[in-house]
Every structure is written in C-alpha cells, then in structure tokens.
Design a protein around this ligand. Structure first.
Ligand code: GLY
Length: 352
C-alpha cells in the first residue's frame, strides 16, 4: 500500500492499494458508532456489502443509501432526503459519512459531511480513476441548482481517502480513459518525467500493471496535494488545476453533457496547447506530443464544435470577474502559467 499525506489545515492520508477494506476500518475512530455509506448504485454492491460488513464486525451500525450517480446525485432534493434519513438514524457529530462512487458522489458526500450538524467525519472511497486522481482530494464540494452546476458548496477536507484498485479494474476502457485525461493534465502541470513515462507506456494499455497504476495515481495525488496545500480556499494559485477546463466545460455544455468531463478536458487541453504554440508561448512540438499521448489513452482530441460557439460559453463562465478570466496556458510538459485575460482577448486568442 502507498500513502500520500495531504497537509491542509487538517491533514489527512490518501491510501492507494489493493484490498484496503481492513485498513480502512482500522482507521475509523472508536468514537464513531454509526456510519452512513452513500454509494453509487453503479458500483458493484458486493464491495459495498464488504465494507458494510467489516464496519459492523468492528461494532459500528451501518446505514447504506444507494444513489443514482452522475449530476442527479448532486441535487438539493437528494441532499435533503439524505439529511432526513441521517437525522432519523440519529447520526451524531462523532459518526462518519462514506462517499463510495465517482466525482459526483464525492461532491455530495463532502457537502453532506460538512453541513450535517456542522460537520461529521468524511471518508472518500473513489471508484473511478477520475475521482481517484482528482475529485476525492482537495476539499471542494458542491450541489447543483437546476441546470447550474456547483452553485452551493463548501470547503471541507476528508478525514481519509482510500483508493482501492479493485474498483478501478472493474471500469470500462472508456471510463478509465476519462481518468487518464486528468492524469495527463496533472503531468502537464507538474511532472514532465511522468508524461515521458506515459508516452513510453500507455496507462490505458497497461492498466493491468498494478504497480504502474498505483505509482501514477500516487504521483497525481502528490501533484494535486502540493497545489491544494498552497491555496486550500481557492483564492488564485489553485486555478492552475483548471488546465483545459474552461474550454472543457464549454464543450461539455455544448454537447448537453454527452461528452463527459475527462474527454472534454482532453479536447480543451488540445485547444489551449494549439493556441499557446501559435502564440509562441508553448514549445514547438508540444501539441503533436499531446495529441499522440491522448490517442494512446483512448481519448479523442478533435473538438466537434466551432470555436466561435465555444467562445460564447467562455464569456458566460462562472469564473469571469470584472470582464477577465483566469486561463491556464501551457508552456511545455511540466510547466503551465496562469494568465488573467480580458474576455475580448480570450475570444481573439480562440478564434485567430
Ligand atoms: N474535491 C475536488 C477538489 O477539491 O478539487
């Protein structure tokens, strides 16, 4: 088992390995008498039963609540229904909430744990590669209001994150590739050696190599933790994690969310690298390498939408302040810069 310590205001461990149920249960406080497992119904129920049984064997009461995954999990209605169940179950402040699923379940579990009686313990068990490398760590969580994503949220770091690779081996190649997009993003931001390694040995094509998978996930968590530790409350530097995301969100929205997050981020990174190379900011050749790397990880790089249409979405981005938007511009693998640009300049950059 590998471990990364995330040194935020309240530090916590991220465990990565195979079959970590016993280790997980051993780390739950003795004061915790009841646990609530919020699990995505798409997750193999046998895993959830295994965790529930182990908690019960340790003397804890278990309430398992299955959820429809995806954005539907993150509604106010689903939130208030679960709060009521927890209250009826007499969950106290020393008890714990477990999130078992992908990024949307991590978001819901985080928001519930942070607001139920002003905060209970939170254990995140990500079951997708994308959630393992990104959503489970960092402490930002949120609910949607209608069609608007992430309107209500808190900063609330988990007490423990457990990445059990048994979940990851059950993923389809398509869902695994979505996570590879965030992994490539992390390498682009902070580790040229990891990019070189992925170029030599595609993680998608070698997903059965457990040691390789664990090492790459660990490196991603280390990169993300280092960025989050400098800016836990998202005042600026943490924006760098949004490489490919501004255009990625525009692509997701334009597709009515038929193009999923990881795939959209991959297309967004390609567009930003194309612009950065044209402007002489990125090293020549970076775009070609990125396209090959994405293709080797099962990701489409061609954006199906006209860039003028995407520019319209960018103008309405939630991060626009005073007519400017922070944009992450690649320089080379392992190095990207954060630039605050006027919306008109961004539109010019995109379309020229
Ligand atoms: N929970 C994801 C993040 O904080 O970045």
């Amino acid at each position: 088992m590998e471990k990364v310590r995330v040194k935020t205001r309240y530090s916590y461990d991220v465990l990565i390995g195979n079959d970590l149920t016993e280790e997980t249960v051993s780390r739950i406080s003795g004061n915790c008498k009841k646990t609530v497992l919020l699990w995505d119904e798409a997750v193999f129920s046998g895993y959830v039963a295994e965790i529930g049984n182990a908690l019960e064997a340790d003397g804890k009461e278990v309430m398992a609540i299955s959820l429809e995954g995806g954005e539907n999990a993150k509604t106010i209605e689903s939130y208030s229904k679960i709060m009521k169940i927890m209250s009826d179950f007499n969950i106290t402040r020393s008890d714990a909430v477990f999130g078992i699923g992908g990024g949307t379940v991590m978001d819901l579990a985080g928001f519930i744990a942070s607001t139920y009686k002003r905060g209970v313990a939170l254990v995140q068990l990500p079951t997708t590669l994308l959630a393992a490398c990104d959503a489970s760590v960092g402490g930002k969580n949120a609910l949607n209001i209608g069609d608007e994503k992430n309107v209500v949220g808190t900063f609330y770091q988990p007490d423990l994150v457990v990445i059990d690779t048994r979940f990851l081996s059950a993923l389809s190649d398509e869902v695994f590739s979505e996570g590879c997009a965030e992994i490539i993003k992390m390498g682009f931001l902070g580790d040229k050696d990891m990019i070189a390694e992925l170029e030599k040995k595609s993680l998608l094509k070698n997903r059965g190599d457990e040691d390789y998978l664990v090492r790459i996930i660990k490196r991603c968590i280390e990169i993300k933790a280092a960025i989050v530790e400098t800016d836990e409350r998202d005042h600026g530097p943490r924006n760098i994690l949004n490489l490919g995301h501004t255009l990625g969100h525009a692509i997701e929205a334009e597709s009515n969310y038929k193009i999923h997050h990881g795939q959209a981020v991959a297309m967004g990174m390609v567009q930003m690298t194309r612009i950065a190379e044209n402007k002489g900011i990125a090293d020549i050749g970076t775009l070609g390498r990125l396209i090959t790397l994405l293709a080797e990880h099962g990701l489409e790089w061609r954006c199906p939408y006209n860039i003028n249409v995407l520019a319209g979405h960018v103008e309405r981005d939630k991060k626009v302040r005073g007519g400017s938007l922070p944009i992450i511009v690649p320089e080379k693998f392992g190095s990207c810069v954060l630039m605050k640009l006027k919306i008109d300049d961004i539109k010019k950059w995109l379309t020229e």
